[in-house]
Design a protein around this ligand. Structure first.
Ligand SMILES: *Cc1c(COP(=O)(O)O)cnc(C)c1O
Length: 395
């Protein structure tokens, strides 16, 4: 498809939306689909809808659509729950696969919930496991033969720095460690080839670049040849081989479905399914080229206009995901002033102003408008207005 395709989204007038890396906008058709599911299916069909409206097979169908976007085969992606839970499941299964090893290796740039889930799991199993978090650039050197699991987020949520998925997975496998990739900032942002990587697990969310809406279900991939070795830590009935046999004992499904837990969120899954319609036509290489062109233009424009802002993302395009971050001492207030002027990005402590580039609905005119607005905020010290200082719960 020719990018951008703004007409496929319901975006408010006068807004330049640079936060699709955190919450994607509303795709056209999604609200209608949700209304149909609620009114006609739930309201009209009641419980029959599990069969008559295809609710029961929806998690699997949506999983297959996501699989295509991350270089995974049909049947290898299960959907549901939240990313935090999927991280936990992948970690627990990975540790079971390396019972003689004690180290979970991640990095200090990882998203806090991924690290918290690892700490919580270590506390629960009460063994002498440890979580190591070297700086992202030191991870490769820290992969040794005592590491049970390497758990990394491919694209750093703060800086946009991208790990070399293929090289790190090779190192992990050469050292006998299980590899888990978090694709939160990769799925729908850049081409991913899970099959080529050989990684055992991958997880991700769908409310960021995939535009599935707030609270959209997460996904988990397990390498197909491993599925019988994957022991589900959360042995819920939807992961059972025959949920409606109502057996007293747990018997996991002989597929990725064993990584499901409970009743799927049908309304959210339907919205995500509608959001994925447009992704069927997206060529990820083309999207990546457009994303880097927008990001390069943004960096050049902001650096030319605002010397006070320091680039926090790698300068080399190949080492970035689909976001650009700048450091600025008054970053929080500056971002609030910017949002007031219709340019929506976000702030990540301590001083990062973060901007996501999503070529499905952004073009170079948007990038230029954003750079001009940033210069206005900085040059005219608009951030100094006390009303921009009060922190909201979500930054
Ligand atoms: C966004 C994000 C999460 C969020 O997890 P939820 O359970 O969906 O709230 C987790 N990990 C990473 C790396 C993220 O970027």
């Amino acid at each position: 498809m020719t990018l951008p395709r703004k007409e496929l989204f319901d975006l408010p007038e006068g807004v330049v939306y640079l936060d699709g890396n955190s919450l994607g906008p509303l795709p056209k058709g999604a609200a209608e689909r949700a209304a149909r599911v609620i009114e006609a299916e739930w309201g009209g069909e009641l419980i029959r809808a599990w069969n008559t409206a295809g609710w029961m097979s929806l998690p699997e169908r949506v999983g297959n659509r996501i699989a295509r976007l991350i270089g995974a085969p049909e049947g290898s992606v299960a959907t549901g729950d939240t990313l935090s839970i999927k991280v936990y499941q992948a970690l627990a299964a990975a540790l079971k696969m390396r019972p003689e090893r004690r180290v979970i290796l991640s990095d200090s740039g990882n998203f806090p919930t991924d690290l918290y889930m690892a700490q919580g799991l270590i506390d629960l199993i009460g063994k002498d496991h440890v979580l190591r978090t070297p700086a992202p650039e030191d991870v490769a050197a820290a992969i040794a033969d005592d590491v049970a699991v390497v758990m990394l987020t491919e694209v750093d949520y703060r800086t946009g720095r991208k790990h070399d998925m293929q090289a790190i997975t090779r190192l992990a496998r050469a050292n006998g460690a299980v590899m888990i990739w978090d694709l939160a900032h990769s799925a729908g942002a850049l081409p991913v080839d899970l099959t080529a990587s050989g990684a055992e697990f991958a997880v991700g969310c769908t409310y960021k670049y995939l535009n599935g809406g707030p609270g959209a279900p997460a996904f988990i991939y397990a390498r197909p040849d491993l599925i019988e070795k994957v022991q589900p830590a959360l042995a819920g009935w939807m992961g059972h081989d025959a949920p409606f046999a109502m057996e007293l004992g747990y018997r996991p499904a002989m597929s990725t479905e064993r990584l499901r837990v409970g009743t799927p969120p049908i309304v959210q899954l339907s919205i995500l399914d509608a959001a994925l319609d447009l992704w069927d036509e997206v060529d990820m290489e083309e999207l990546r080229a457009a994303s880097l062109a927008l990001s390069e233009l943004f960096i050049a424009e902001v650096e030319a206009r605002c010397p006070a802002l320091r680039l926090a993302s790698p300068r080399e395009p190949g080492q970035r995901g689909s976001q650009v971050s700048f450091r600025f001492e008054h970053g929080y207030a500056a971002m609030q002033a910017l949002i007031d002027r219709g340019v929506i990005g976000d702030f990540r402590a301590p001083d990062i102003m973060r901007f996501g580039f999503t070529p499905l609905y952004l073009d170079s005119a948007d990038v230029l408008a954003a750079a001009r607005a940033i210069a206005d905020v900085i040059d005219n010290r608009l951030w100094a207005d006390p009303k921009y200082r009060t922190k909201s719960r979500v930054t």
